[in-house]
Each structure stands twice: as structure tokens, then as C-alpha cells.
Design a protein around this ligand. Structure first.
Ligand code: KIV
Length: 254
């Protein structure tokens, strides 16, 4: 493939052209390579790997060392896609810590970093962007705050206070210079409003049809983690079933 390397400016340009931005997670070399071959322009080594690869109950257990390990594996695919990584829970409590850990992810191969939160992490976001590291925000339902949410993934933006907080968080991330922002479980109306009002590309997950793009946890899309699939996901492949069938056939032919 001769397609050129995708940059944060290309992602913004896709928004300007109203070209839908497909984004998927990749935690290892073959997945990053395959998704790149499919022409997915934006890849994320998400801390969702904690659940769908490492078997933790949620993302709060994921460490920097685990993120670095998977970032190295996925970025060895050298994709044309822009590929970045999540800063895990408690890896960005202060601006100094956020920058040091963002630099570790960049050293592992990440071309951008993502962190959860809005105005409350503005000093951290500023420190990362001031060091020249492209940044993707993540607002709405924040999986790293699942324990504060009582273990429930709740939709955000339903009431006036939730709506106002989302707009304020979006304004903070726009002001800091995030080139894209994930909107997770945001009401479709608020996701549409943020998409129309701010210059960053909005990448929705469970947030309706009007974001600039959509992201999914790849195992949800292809069915390699069959024990839990979010309601909003339309699974395109039941790989678990195919694996069970293939192993069954192989065993019976021994
Ligand atoms: O960790 C992750 O995979 C994510 C995406 C779902 C946006 O943050």
C-alpha cells in the first residue's frame, strides 16, 4: 500500500470535508496491521485492553508498563493510520506526571496520547500539547471513573447540568488544542451540538450518528470477547463462534 502517513491535521481535514472518520482499537501487531490494511485511519491502543485482553474487571487496573508493552507491539505494524495510546488511570494526576508518562508512550511508538476528562485535566493537557505531543480528549462516560459511577456505564448529557458540563469540558479541550475528542455515551443531541460547535474532530462511541467519526473496541465489533458486548454495538463478526467451530473440527479430526 502506498497511502501516505495520516497525521492529526489529516483527521481535522476529514472533519472539514465531512468525511466520516473510522477509528478502532488495536492492542497488538497483527490487529494493527490488519486494520491498517482495511484503511482505518485512526487506531488507538486503548486501556480497554485491560478488560478485553488482560482479563481485568475494568480499566482502573491497567499500568503504564502494560500500556507501553502493547503500544510497542501495535506500533511495530508501522501503520499508515495515525496510532496513539491511552494514558492509564492515575498516570496523569499532575501536569509533570502526565507529560512524563505521555513521553513514555511516545517512546513506545504512540503518535498521540489520549486521556479522560475535560476542564479538570486542563493543566495536564496543556503540558502534553506544549511538549509537541498531539492529544485526543475523552469526555462523557469515563471508564476510568467507573468505581465513582457505582460500576454503571451511564449516558451523559441528559440533564441541564450534564449538558453544561460537557460543553464546558469540550471548550477546555478545544482551547488547549486537542485535535480530536472521544465522546463516550453522550446523548445524540449533545454529541451533535459539540460536533457542530468545536473545531476538533468528535469520535463517538455510543453517542449517536452525528459525530465526525466513530470508534469501537475491536473485539466488540468482531466478537473475540463474547462474554460482554455493549448494547450500542452491532457485531459484524462472531469470531468466538468461528474459533469454537474450528477448534471443535480440529479436535474431532485428531
Ligand atoms: O480504551 C478504549 O478503548 C477507549 C475507546 C473505547 C475510546 O477509550
Amino acid at each position: 500500500m502506498n497511502s501516505p502517513k495520516i497525521t492529526p491535521a489529516d483527521i481535522r481535514a476529514m472533519k472539514a470535508r465531512r468525511e466520516k472518520i473510522a477509528a478502532l482499537t488495536a492492542y497488538d501487531f497483527p490487529t494493527a496491521k490488519l486494520l491498517d490494511e482495511c484503511g482505518v485511519p485512526l487506531l488507538l491502543v486503548g486501556d480497554s485492553l485491560g478488560m478485553v485482553v488482560l482479563g481485568y474487571p475494568n480499566t482502573t487496573h491497567v499500568t503504564m508498563a502494560e500500556m507501553e508493552h502493547h503500544t510497542r507491539a501495535a506500533t511495530r505494524a508501522k501503520p499508515h493510520a495515525l496510532i496513539g495510546a491511552d494514558l492509564p488511570f492515575h498516570a496523569y494526576d499532575t501536569p509533570e506526571q502526565a507529560l512524563a508518562n505521555a513521553q513514555r508512550l511516545v517512546a513506545a511508538g504512540a503518535e498521540y496520547v489520549k486521556a479522560e476528562g475535560g476542564r479538570e485535566i486542563l493543566p495536564q493537557v496543556r503540558a502534553i500539547i506544549a511538549a509537541g505531543i498531539p492529544f485526543v480528549g475523552h469526555i462523557g462516560m469515563l471508564p476510568q471513573h467507573i468505581l465513582e459511577e457505582g460500576g454503571k456505564y451511564r449516558i451523559k448529557g441528559r440533564d441541564d447540568a450534564g449538558h453544561a458540563k460537557l460543553l464546558d469540558d469540550a471548550a477546555a479541550l478545544a482551547e488547549a488544542g486537542a485535535f480530536a475528542v472521544v465522546l463516550e455515551l453522550v446523548t445524540p443531541a449533545v454529541a451533535k451540538e459539540i460536533t457542530e460547535r468545536f473545531p476538533f474532530a468528535t469520535i463517538g462511541i455510543g453517542s449517536g450518528p452525528d459525530c465526525d467519526g466513530k470508534i469501537l473496541v475491536t473485539p466488540d465489533l468482531i466478537g473475540t470477547y463474547p462474554w460482554f458486548t455493549p448494547k450500542f454495538v452491532k457485531q459484524e463478526l462472531n469470531a468466538a463462534e468461528q474459533i469454537r467451530d474450528a477448534v471443535g473440527r480440529w479436535k474431532s479430526a485428531l
